[in-house]
Design a protein around this ligand. Structure first.
Ligand SMILES: NC(=O)c1ccc[n+]([C@@H]2O[C@H](COP(=O)([O-])OP(=O)(O)OC[C@H]3O[C@@H](n4cnc5c(N)ncnc54)[C@H](OP(=O)(O)O)[C@@H]3O)[C@@H](O)[C@H]2O)c1
Length: 297
């Protein structure tokens, strides 16, 4: 998200080289990254990834996901046909590629008819500019409606979902804390299982809050259940010797439905710690203990 803005080019290249060297191949960005920072326009992250893939000559080895639909300077929020066509072209150019592997609606657009959005997304797939479609920050019922609309139209369907999701669960009655970000609900997890959709969990480390005093937990996570879950997490960390961040990432990958955590790192140390979570195997009883932790037990 911050490559090419908060994270300068040489640091970003070192992180990407370290990731690729460890076998990493999945890159997540968006047209808007990181337009909210002072002096930034959006597109900086895509441009940096484009330069890195060009310099390393590794576009074919990478799976590139990007998004459209949230506002940025010169671009309104929404998923109208013209926005979809124009933003896709701009992302292709910035990334220096002729195909986007996974193209997300970054947020739902309830003002545009689903038929318009989904038929325009389908044309991108049919024209070969996009391989797969994804939905981010959708309510479960709107995602299901989108799936049925695509099926009825004979169009490409959303194949995965990207939501705010971690081991701790935010109070669902405080969604205003996250603005356009939508935390994965029980309903969404159920829908993913039922429809065979992969869930990609963003902000899985809550920006470092599991281990860092300089990152307080957002208020919506301050619940009795989460305090109980933090106690179990630190017990499991002590028992296993893995860090809390590694256990959170491993739990997400091994819980049901299996999730792909999308984490970010600004130092090679953070990246190595996070990547090592891919090797962590949690015993079934530990997984159960983590999953079932509430203030009532
Ligand atoms: N679809 C959406 O609406 C949406 C929303 C948000 C994010 N995303 C995607 O998801 C990705 C990850 O989101 P996120 O950045 O919120 O994820 P995150 O993994 O919760 O937070 C990453 C931040 O946590 C800190 N960190 C990471 N590893 C650490 C470690 N081992 N020890 C201590 N601190 C650590 C770093 O902060 P410092 O850099 O400050 O040190 C890092 O930048 C983004 O890059 C973006 O691609 C999507």
């Amino acid at each position: 998200m911050y490559f090419g803005t908060k994270i300068d080019e040489s640091t970003a290249f070192s992180l990407l080289d370290c990731y690729a060297g460890a076998g990493g191949e999945f890159l997540d960005t968006a047209n808007k990254y990181a337009s909210w920072l002072p002096g930034c326009q959006g597109g900086e992250s895509e441009l940096l990834l484009g330069r890195w893939m060009r310099e390393r000559g590794n576009r074919q080895e990478m799976i590139v996901a990007t998004k459209l639909g949230l506002p940025m300077p010169g671009v309104e929020a929404g998923l109208r046909t013209a926005q979809i066509e124009q933003e896709c072209e701009k992302s292709l150019q910035r990334l220096g590629t002729d195909v986007i592997d996974l193209y997300y609606a970054h947020a739902d657009d309830r003002k545009t008819p689903l038929e318009e959005t989904l038929s325009a997304m389908d044309r991108l797939v049919r024209s070969g500019k996009v391989r797969q479609l994804g939905a981010s920050n959708f309510a479960a019922w709107r995602l299901l409606q989108s799936l049925f609309t695509s099926r009825t139209g004979g169009w490409a369907e959303y194949a995965c979902v990207q939501m705010r999701h971690s081991y701790l669960r935010p109070n669902p009655w405080m969604p205003q804390e996250f603005a356009v970000q939508v935390p994965a609900s029980r309903e969404m997890l159920d829908l993913c299982t039922d429809q065979g959709l992969r869930l990609l969990a963003y902000s899985p480390l809550l920006g470092g809050a599991y281990t860092r005093n300089d990152r307080p937990l957002p208020a919506a996570y301050d619940t009795p259940d989460n305090h109980a879950r933090l106690c179990v997490l630190s017990d499991v960390a002590r028992q296993t010797g893995f860090t809390p961040n590694q256990i959170v990432l491993a739990w997400l990958m091994q819980s049901h439905p299996a999730t792909i955590p999308l984490t970010a790192a600004s130092t090679v140390e953070q990246l190595r710690e996070n990547l090592a979570a891919a090797e962590v195997r949690l015993a079934p009883e530990i997984l159960m203990q983590l999953t079932n932790a509430t203030h009532a037990n």
